[in-house]
Design a protein around this ligand. Structure first.
Ligand code: SAM
Length: 285
């Protein structure tokens, strides 16, 4: 039987598993249903009891918090699933939607297999928030989690995804952003890229451009905070003459004409000698 969740505060919840999305920065993004379930459930399975404890305090809720992640032992998971026959268990992650690059996959799978009633409470998800802000095509998108850290593995992963006819969405960290952009610049130089940073927080920003432009920006302004990295789909993404001109003008602000031409040639695949000639003209004014 499907557990009932109304928009009014219920005294109790039916037993089962409640997958609850929580804010990715701005606490105001908690949904009415999420708040209701966290206040009414029998307990919360969470990644970090301190992080979830703060959210519960913000909601005025006090419930047992059980640490749970995908490294939990099979025995612990089986015990938690068994308890869902008689208890309402909310599953949350530190931020955003559980299971999206976060724990919960095994728990949901085993709960389904055990015939537990499962309800999902959708809400914030950084991948979707970044996509909506990026201005990149969103009719088709592929979420690919975190890019590999090592250069070769990252390049291989990007090559595997190069022909996918969709916007590619990745999670990234600030310290690794420049390397990731460099990898994209090498493998997919002509693609439009978006860096969506600190979504829903005070310093939210979304910057778009070709990889080399974004590298130039973030080399000068080292990024902080949490990042969603997006790559536009292949197709009409080959940079045209006016894109190249804009890239040259920007590169000439910090580089010599020969360096600027080399950088833009790498980014666009256009002829380096032609770009150098144009760079000299631009420099001459
Ligand atoms: N389950 C979460 C969700 O639904 O968005 C994602 C968890 S994953 C472990 C954490 C990654 O999500 C971060 O490294 C970052 O790439 C992205 N992220 C989380 N919050 C973000 C925010 N406020 N702004 C930008 N990216 C964010």
């Amino acid at each position: 039987m499907r557990p009932a969740v109304s928009t009014r505060a219920p005294a109790t919840l039916s037993p089962g598993l409640y997958i609850v999305a929580t804010p990715i920065g701005n606490l105001g993004d908690i949904t009415l249903r999420a708040a209701e379930v966290l206040r009414a459930c029998d307990g919360v399975a969470c990644e970090d009891t301190r992080v979830t404890g703060k959210l519960m305090k913000h909601l005025g809720a006090s419930k047992p918090l059980w640490r749970y992640d995908d490294h939990a032992s099979d025995k612990d998971r089986a015990r938690l699933v068994k308890s869902m026959h008689t208890r309402s268990v909310a599953l949350v992650s530190d931020a955003g939607t559980p299971l999206v690059s976060d724990p919960g996959y095994r728990l949901v799978r085993e709960a389904r297999a055990a015939g537990i009633a499962i309800v999902t409470l959708p809400g914030p998800c950084a991948a979707v928030a970044g996509l909506t802000l990026s201005g990149l095509p969103n009719d088709k998108f592929l979420f690919a989690g975190f890019l590999p850290v090592k250069d070769k593995a990252r390049a291989d992963a990007l090559r595997d995804l190069a022909a996918v006819p969709a916007t590619l969405v990745f999670y990234e960290t600030a310290p690794r952003l420049l390397k990731a952009l460099a990898g994209i610049g090498d493998v997919l130089p002509g693609r439009e890229v978006a860096v969506a940073r600190e979504l829903t927080k005070l310093h939210e920003e979304c910057r778009t451009g070709f990889p080399q432009q974004l590298i130039a920006h973030y080399a000068a302004h080292p990024p902080k905070g949490e990042i969603v990295l997006l790559i536009g789909p292949p197709g009409d993404d080959a940079p045209n003459a006016s894109d190249a001109e804009a890239l040259l003008v920007e590169a000439l602000e910090t580089l010599k004409p020969s360096q600027a031409a080399a950088q833009v040639a790498r980014a666009t695949g256009l002829d380096r000698k032609d770009l150098y000639a144009r760079a000299l003209e631009l420099k001459a004014g």
